[in-house]
Ligand binder design. Structure first.
Ligand code: XMP
Length: 525
């Protein structure tokens, strides 16, 4: 395992990512982590970049034990400065910030035959790297040599080859450093001798064993499923581990996609063998939503009602489960938390560190006095997808676009009625079907139909019709923080508009939404 200590750079999680791509297990922890509290010994340590200056009075520093551990260390950007600071405080503010692409020279002495550091083995001279820093070394610390330079940095790379300490001013973890992966590989594999045995298969087997041990011979677990990738993969994994002692619950809130509850029941029960109860609470939800137009109120109603219903159902399941012979109590609540959420809560946020606890289903586990079980908390989304396929979950479910918890209620502007829900569901089904048939589904991150407020005029036969306005939305994004509208061919959009007009009752117009995020958001409310 490689330990990544985070100084708050926006790129730190990418270091973990690059290591995973090499099948090396790594864990990211805040830079203030005390080594005495670790239960394992790292094979190597990477110190990340960060927005601070090492010489500032309140600058974050690692536990000095890091330098007594006798394992290789790689410092990136702030990490390099931290190594230098520890070896004689030789860091100064730079005259100018260096930001952007630079060409790295890995044979810094005059002769082109000069020694190339182990860190840069098999790399060419003059490789392109991404720099982003303001401070620089005032002189090289004792025992260190320069292993790389750029036009602006006399110390773009330094090393203490006996101690195996390396510092680099550029960011090897970002894609703007095209060969950065080789630098990380050289460090982790050649220098740290980390094992490359982290695979999804191995992870899954390990997780199944861990769950069995945690839950025990008779313990039971409950969890909510939505039909999305994360909850389905988590549910199937639980089923692999403890079979029917895992109870999945799906609440149909009446604002799901068309036939969603039915399809989830099919897939999870028949296809995957998961012990699932579907509760049809559409009427209760739609009754509470009647006449409510404020988006935040809609969200609250749906969230709170979900919790009430889940709790009622959990009590019933618990009662039934505990009365069967040899079955224990329901002690755990399954949650499909992913690594990006965990990172968000463990990243180093500054000298006055605030740790955000991950939001869970409205505090349900605490309220019900259940402990959390989060089998996906070490995985990125694409790893969850890979595990889903390994677990035999159908590819179209594994590759599904995300769907918001408040569902179609935030895709219907204004008040929600059963008639509007049906209209959006039908338009959405046609849109998605056309996208799938055109082979575009996987090129788009999220696509859906929404219903605008108010009516517009149209013609049906020779009659004027005042009807709904449907807006179609399809975006491309990597992180859902920013997004671009997908560029369909206009002919394709016109065909969909025609179909929706013909097939969905009460629709007068269909528009395509082209605003990016920002200034808009992905959902309409
Ligand atoms: P926005 O609209 O904020 O959406 O650009 C970003 C991503 O978040 C989803 N989203 C939600 N998911 N509850 C959810 O579970 C919500 O209230 C909610 N609002 C937005 C949205 O679908 C998109 O993937």
């Amino acid at each position: 395992t490689i330990l990544v200590l985070d100084f708050g750079s926006q790129y730190t999680h990418l270091i973990t990512r690059r290591l995973r791509e090499l099948n090396i297990y790594s864990e990211m922890l805040p830079c203030t982590q005390k080594l005495a509290d670790l239960t394992w010994k790292p094979k190597g340590i990477i110190l990340s970049g960060g927005p601070y200056s090492v010489y500032a009075a309140d600058a974050p520093h690692v536990d000095p034990e890091v330098f007594k551990l006798d394992v290789p260390i790689l410092g990136i950007c702030y990490g390099l400065q931290e190594i230098a600071w520890h070896h004689g405080k030789n860091v100064l503010a730079g005259e100018k910030r260096e930001y952007g692409r630079a060409s790295l020279n890995i044979r810094p002495s005059e002769s082109q035959q000069a020694h190339v550091s182990k860190l840069f083995e098999s790399l060419p001279n003059d490789m392109e790297v991404w720099m982003s820093h303001g401070d620089k070394l005032s002189r090289i610390p004792d025992g260190f040599t320069t292993i790389a330079t750029t036009a602006n940095s006399a110390y773009a790379g330094i090393a203490h080859e006996q101690k195996e300490y390396y510092g680099i001013q550029f960011h090897p973890e970002v894609t703007h450093t095209p060969q950065g992966g080789v630098v990380i590989k050289n460090f982790a594999v050649n220098i740290c001798k980390a094992q490359q045995n982290w695979t999804m298969e191995a992870f899954k087997d390990k997780e199944v064993v861990r769950i069995r041990k945690l839950v025990g011979e008779t313990g039971q677990v409950i969890g909510a499923v939505s039909g999305g990738v994360d909850s389905t993969v988590a549910a199937k994994l639980m089923h692999e581990a403890i079979g029917d002692r895992f109870h999945a619950v799906m609440v149909d809130n009446g604002v799901l996609r068309m036939d969603e509850a039915k399809q989830v029941k099919e897939t999870l029960t028949k296809g995957l063998g998961v012990n699932l109860t579907v509760i049809d609470a559409s009427e209760r939800f739609l009754g509470l939503l009647k006449g409510v137009s404020d988006p935040e109120k809609k969200r609250k109603i749906i969230g709170n009602t979900f919790i009430e219903i889940f709790e009622e159902e959990a009590k019933k399941i618990a009662k039934a489960a505990e009365s069967t012979p040899k079955a224990g109590k329901i002690e755990y609540f399954l949650q499909g938390t992913l690594y990006p959420d965990v990172i968000e809560s463990i990243s180093f946020k500054g000298p006055s560190q605030t740790i955000k606890t991950h939001h869970n289903v409205g505090g349900l586990p605490e309220k019900m006095n259940l402990k959390l079980i989060e089998p996906l908390r070490e995985l990125f989304k694409d790893e969850v997808r890979k595990m889903g396929l390994d677990l035999g979950i159908p590819a179209d479910l594994v590759g599904r676009h995300p769907f918001p918890g408040p569902g179609l209620a935030i895709r219907i502007i204004g008040d929600v009625t059963p008639e509007k829900v049906r209209t959006v569901q039908e338009a959405d089904r046609i849109f998605i079907e056309e996208i799938r048939n055109a082979g575009l589904y996987d090129k788009i991150s999220q696509a859906f139909a929404a219903l605008m407020a108010g009516d517009a005029v149209g013609v049906v036969g020779d009659q004027r019709l005042y009807g709904h306005i449907i807006a179609l939305r399809a975006v491309v994004t990597t992180d859902f923080m920013t997004a671009d509208a997908y560029e369909f061919e206009i002919k394709f959009l016109k065909h969909i508009a025609q179909r929706i007009g013909d097939e969905v009752k009460g629709v007068a117009r269909v528009t395509y939404e082209v605003t990016g995020k920002p200034p808009s958001t992905i959902e309409f409310e």
